[in-house]
Every structure is written in structure tokens, then in C-alpha cells.
Design a protein around this ligand. Structure first.
Ligand code: DC
Length: 231
């Protein structure tokens, strides 16, 4: 079975290009990936959303994250639709706002540490690789899901800088949050994502690392586009 998936993935990679964009939470991967996908007219995989949806589905069904088999079963059987408008349906219900909270991000990070959950979502992520190309955004796109990608980007920024960015976004949306709480949450999530045994957050050896701490979105986008042009 895995052999078949590997064979399929290999032949798809020979014809359909993929660019991986990995990095920690709040670094701007989503924004850059979406811009790039729009510019190239390629598909976009928001792999973090799959972990967020798994966490949400568990909470809705009152399944504790310690029930590994049940959580993996939920991941395997997610009924998800990514709408072209940007919305996300879980069991036909719009959940975009629900999965974007800090709590949903933390829950995602917890279920993502379970190897059985990562296995359950493996094929689903591979299936996003469709013509004319794919921008894959996550933590392990370049290391585990699309290791043969011809262009791998790894974005970084300090936890303080990422917390400031997230703070600004949340305040603009009318949320009442404390910057110091966000710094702690981001550090805890980094810690968990980097130190888990299955597909930890790490740059692939052949990834280009871009430190975005001092860069605007447009500057990062230009750098990524230049890398793409050199392919
Ligand atoms: O990118 P994000 O903030 O939506 O991701 C939420 C969590 O999901 C993140 O803290 C870790 C996990 N995740 C992962 O382990 N692997 C991925 N490819 C994407 C996300």
C-alpha cells in the first residue's frame, strides 16, 4: 500500500512541481504560500488546517487527545472541504473562524505530535499534488511529505517577532489578548513542534532558510519569487 503511494507520488513529482514552505507558527508561511499559489495559479495545501480540523473534531466529539487510536481514526475520516473562496467546511459546516484561534492552534500542535495522526493524514496531503503545481505549507512538507520537491523554503523569525505579528492581527480582529501570553504560547508550541519524535519541525537539508524578522511580506515574497525563477 505504502509502496503504491510512494510510486504514485514519485510519478506525480516527475510531472507536477511542488514548492514547500515550512517554518514555525506565525512566521507568515500562510500569507507567502497563498500569494505564491495565486501568482503561479497553483494549488495550495494548508497542512496545518488538517491538524487544526483534527483537534476541533476531537473536541466536538469529546475525544481526549490521549486516546491515540480514536484521535487517529478522526484524522483518517475527516470530512473536509476547502472552498475556493478560502472557507473550510468540516462535516458541511463552516469552521474557518473556529480553527484559527490560539486554542485551536495549540490543540493542533498536540494532535500533530501523535505519529498515528501524522500517518493518517499522509495520503490526504499527497493527494493535493495536482497539475499545474502545488505550494505546500506546513512543518514537514520538505522533510516528510514532499522530500523530492525541487524548491524548499524554510521561513524563520524570533518568537518575540512572531508574537508581535500575531498580537497585531488579533487586536485588529477585536480580540482581547496579552502580548506576553502570546510569547509564552508561541514558545510552548515551538518546543512541542520541534521536539516531537514524528516529523519534527526542522528545515530540510536542501531548504533555503529565510529569516523574516526584519523583512516585510513583500520583501519575503520577492525573495521566494527569485528562488523560483532560478529553478
Ligand atoms: O501552521 P499552523 O499554525 O496552522 O499549524 C498548527 C499546528 O499543526 C502546528 O503547531 C503544528 C501542526 N502542524 C504539523 O505538525 N505539521 C504540519 N505540516 C502542519 C502543522
Amino acid at each position: 500500500m505504502i509502496q503504491d503511494v510512494k510510486k504514485e507520488a514519485k510519478s506525480a513529482l516527475q510531472t507536477v512541481p511542488v514548492i514547500t514552505v515550512d517554518g514555525p507558527g506565525g512566521v507568515g508561511k500562510g500569507t507567502i504560500s497563498a500569494l505564491l499559489a495565486a501568482e503561479l495559479g497553483w494549488h495550495y495545501l494548508d497542512s496545518g488546517a488538517l491538524y487544526r480540523l483534527t483537534g476541533l473534531a476531537c473536541v466536538q466529539k469529546e475525544i481526549p487527545f490521549t486516546s491515540i487510536n480514536k484521535v487517529a481514526h478522526i484524522a483518517e475520516n475527516l470530512v473536509v472541504e476547502f472552498l475556493p473562496s478560502g472557507g473550510i467546511l468540516l462535516n458541511d459546516v463552516e469552521v474557518e473562524t473556529l480553527i484559527r484561534t490560539e486554542l485551536a492552534g495549540n490543540n493542533a500542535s498536540k494532535v500533530a505530535a501523535i505519529p498515528e495522526v501524522r500517518d493518517a493524514l499522509f495520503k490526504r496531503q499527497k493527494a493535493f499534488l495536482q497539475s499545474p503545481g502545488l505550494i505546500a505549507d506546513g512543518r514537514d512538507m520538505g522533510t516528510t511529505i514532499f522530500p523530492a520537491a525541487p524548491l524548499k523554503i524554510f521561513l524563520t523569525a524570533s518568537a518575540d517577532e512572531r508574537a508581535k505579528r500575531r498580537y497585531k492581527q488579533l487586536i485588529e480582529k477585536g480580540n482581547n489578548v496579552k502580548l506576553s501570553d502570546l510569547v509564552v504560547e508561541i514558545q510552548e508550541r515551538d518546543e512541542r513542534d520541534m521536539n516531537r519524535s514524528a516529523s519534527p519541525l526542522i528545515a530540510a537539508q536542501d531548504a533555503t532558510i529565510i529569516d523574516t524578522s526584519e523583512l516585510s511580506i513583500d520583501e519575503v515574497f520577492q525573495k521566494v519569487k527569485n528562488l523560483y525563477k532560478k529553478l
